[in-house]
Design a protein around this ligand. Sequence first.
Ligand code: NAP
Ligand code: HSE
Length: 438
Amino acid sequence: MKPVNVGLLGLGTVGGGTVNVLKRNGKEIARRAGRGIEITHASARDLKKARICDTQGIKLTSKPQDVVDDPNVEIIVELMGGTTLAHEMVLRAINNGKHVVTANKALIAKHGNEIFAAATRKGVMVAFEAAVAGGIPIIKAIREGLAGNHIQWAAGIINGTSNFILTEMRDKGRDFADVLAEAQQLGYAEADPTFDIEGIDAGHKLTIIASIAFGIPLQFEAMYTEGISKITRDDVAYAEELGYRIKLLGITKRLEKGVELRVHPTMIPERRLIANVDGVMNAVLVNGDAVGPTLYYGAGAGAEPTASAVVADLVDVVRALTSDSENRVPHLAFQAGALSDLPILSIDDVETAYYLRMQALDKPGVLADITRILADQQISIEAIIQKEPTPAMQSVSVIMLTHKVQERRMNAAIQRIEALGSINGAVTRIRVESLGSK
Ligand code: NAP
Ligand code: HSE
C-alpha cells in the first residue's frame, strides 16, 4: 500500500525529532500502522537555519499554508507552537479535510473546544498526545486505559523545565537563572519561558487532563496558576528538613460541588514516588475508583521523547484513516454530547494544608500573636520550627506546617500576620498535599 503523506509545520526541537524518529524507525512504524508514513512537505521560518534532522527528500517552504493546502498531504503535524498562526493553520487544515496531530498544549487548552467541534463537523481527527507530559502516553492511558473508572483526581509534575530547575537548585545549589538558561539550551523551555516558570504551561496541560478525566469542556481561563519564581533555596531546604519535597504540581479534583483546577508549588511527603521524580522527568498520578492510584512516569520534554508521542499519534491516525468518524475514540474521551457542566471552583474554596515561612522579630509574645491569629481562623498547627537568629539578623525564620484549611481562611490569617509590627515582609505560603489514595 502507498505510504501516507504527512505535512509538517515546524522543524525545531520537536519537528526535527519527529523527522529523525520517523526515518530511523520507519520500517517498525509501518509494521504497526499498516502503511509507511512519510513527511513530504515541511515549513519553517528560516530555511537556511541548520537543523537537527536531515531534510533531504522533503519539500521545504517558509509558508505553512503551502503545506496545509498541499493536496497530496493527508495529515498535518503542527509543531510551530503559539496560538495565532498555529490556530489559523490547524483550522485551515481541518477545513481542507486533513487530520491533524499537534504537540501544542496552549492551542488545545485555549482553542480545543472550537478545534474539536470543527474536526467533528469535517469528520477528521485531531490528536494531541504530545501536548501533555512529553513522551508519556498519558492521554491514551486516561482516555482509553482508564475508561472504566470514575476518575476522582489527578496530580502531576507536568512541566519538565520547572522540575529541572527545582531539582538543580536542591541537589546542586544552583542559581535559578543559570538553570533556566540551560533548560532553554536543551530545548525543554517554551518560546516564552515564563510559561514554564509561572505555571502557565502546566496549566495548559492540566486543562487537558481535567477534560479527558472528568468529561468537562476545556476551561483554561478558570485555572489557578502560580509558578516557582518565588521559591527560595531556604524553602527547598526547610521542606527537606520537614520530610517534604517542593514540586510544581498540577492538581485537579472532582468534588460534588465542582472541579478543582490548580497549578502551584506544592510540598509532597518525600516518601511518595512522585516526590522523587527529578530533572526533566514528568509523572502523573491518576486516581480512579476501580483501579486506585496509578502513576505514569517518563521524559516530559525534549526532541525525541516528544517525537515519540507525535509519531504514536500519527500511527493512530493512519490506522483509523479508513474507520468511519462516529466510531473513533472521542477527542475529549467522552462523547461530545455527554460533557458535564460541573463548575470549576475558585482557589478560595480549595482545602489544603500549608507550609508558612515568615521573618519575625526575636522577642517575647511574637509566636503567641501568630498562633492566636491562626486559631481565630480555626487553623490548627501541625509543626513549628524557629531558626536561631544569625548574629547580623534582628529577626528569626519561623516555619509552620498547618492542617487542612480552606484557602479563604488562610488568606485572611496571612493578611493579619503580615500586618503585625513584629513580622518583616511577606509570609511565604506553599500548599501541602499528601497525595494518598483518597
Ligand atoms: P521550536 O524549537 O521553537 O520550533 C518551532 C518551529 O516552528 C521552528 O522550526 C520554527 O521555524 C517554526 N515556526 C515558528 N513560527 C513560524 C512561522 N511564523 N512560520 C513558519 N514557521 C514557524 O519549538 P519546539 O520546542 O519544537 O515546540 C513546538 C511545539 O511543541 C510547541 O507547541 C511546544 O509547546 C510543543 N512541545 C514542545 C516540547 C519540547 O520539549 N520542546 C515538548 C512538548 C510539546 P525556525 O526553526 O526557522 O525558527
Ligand atoms: N516546556 C515544556 C516543559 C515542554 O518544560 O515541560 C514540554 O511540554
